[in-house]
Design a binder for this molecule. Structure first.
Ligand SMILES: C[S@@+](CC[C@H](N)C(=O)[O-])C[C@H]1O[C@@H](n2cnc3c(N)ncnc32)[C@H](O)[C@@H]1O
Length: 253
């Protein structure tokens, strides 16, 4: 009996040591405390591993996959704009789902336009605007020129400003980004288009929700399972763009 217990104790000890060893990086020397915490968290995060296995550039892919699986915001043939796209995992998902790479023979081919402040590697099937600030008029003009007269079916924004740590400034920065995205979406969207936009959970969110409801039939605030629990991020999923004409009529009536 003793040996049986001895064996099982050793086995369970070695199993837990193995899984612990997996989660502790061995190259922490000389790294700052925040880098050490980041590395440790990355190793313990199942979505990081899953992203590697599925060839996504980062774990964020699963947030969009989850949102699209639940709310069907992208269909084959759609024209999509991805704001704050680097390193490119949402763009990869958007390309697959709207068939911008034409891999699904029998389905219509979509298109994806992706912009980021950073330069990032191309994604086959997408048009990339790297090193560009979405908030600048010139950047928006470049996207509009590239779109031609194609109406947009879905606008995605995973953009977040660089946090300064000063709460009130950071809040204002993300709210400004969100309204910039909303304005762009309203101008370019086809009727029934969709919008997915990252926000930080704060006092401005209820007002933004009301503003979105003026333009979209259905507006939801979503926290995907793959979004880290300790992050304040949430996503607005706004479906069924009502069109500018109906807005104008509503104002007049
Ligand atoms: C969380 S990351 C996006 C990750 C991306 N969705 C993916 O799946 O690979 C946020 C990105 O927003 C970008 N960003 C922030 N402000 C921006 C702006 N004004 N114009 C363009 N990109 C911006 C940042 O450079 C950063 O790459």
């Amino acid at each position: 009996m003793e040996s049986i217990f001895g064996i099982s104790l050793r086995r369970s000890l070695s199993t837990s040591l193995q899984s612990w060893a997996k989660q502790v990086p061995n190259n922490l020397k000389g790294k700052s405390k925040s880098s050490q915490e980041w590395l440790t968290r990355q190793l313990a995060d199942p979505y990081v591993e899953k992203a590697k296995m599925m060839n996504y550039r980062c774990r964020s892919a699963f947030k969009l996959l989850e949102i699209d699986d639940k709310y069907s915001i992208i269909k084959a043939g759609d024209c999509i704009i991805d704001c704050g796209a680097a390193p490119g995992s949402w763009t990869q998902v958007a390309v697959e789902r709207c068939n911008a790479n034409g891999k699904q023979d029998k389905k219509p081919k979509g298109s994806v336009y992706s912009i980021d402040l950073l330069h990032f590697h191309s994604v086959s099937g997408a048009t990339i605007f790297g090193g560009m600030d979405f908030t600048k008029t010139e950047s928006k003009q470049k996207i509009i020129k590239s779109l031609g007269d194609k109406p947009v079916n879905c606008v995605l924004s995973d953009m977040a400003p660089n946090a300064t740590g000063v709460r009130i400034l950071d809040q204002e920065a993300i709210v400004n980004l969100c309204y910039d995205v909303l304005y762009f979406a309203v101008i370019l969207s086809a009727p029934q288009a969709n919008l997915v936009m990252k926000v930080w959970d704060n006092g401005d969110v209820p007002k933004m929700e009301k503003d979105l409801q003026r333009f979209y039939d259905k507006v939801k605030r979503v926290k995907p399972r793959s979004s880290r629990g300790d992050s304040a991020e949430q996503f607005f999923v706004a479906r069924g763009f009502k069109g500018i004409v109906s807005q104008e009529l509503a104002k007049k009536s």
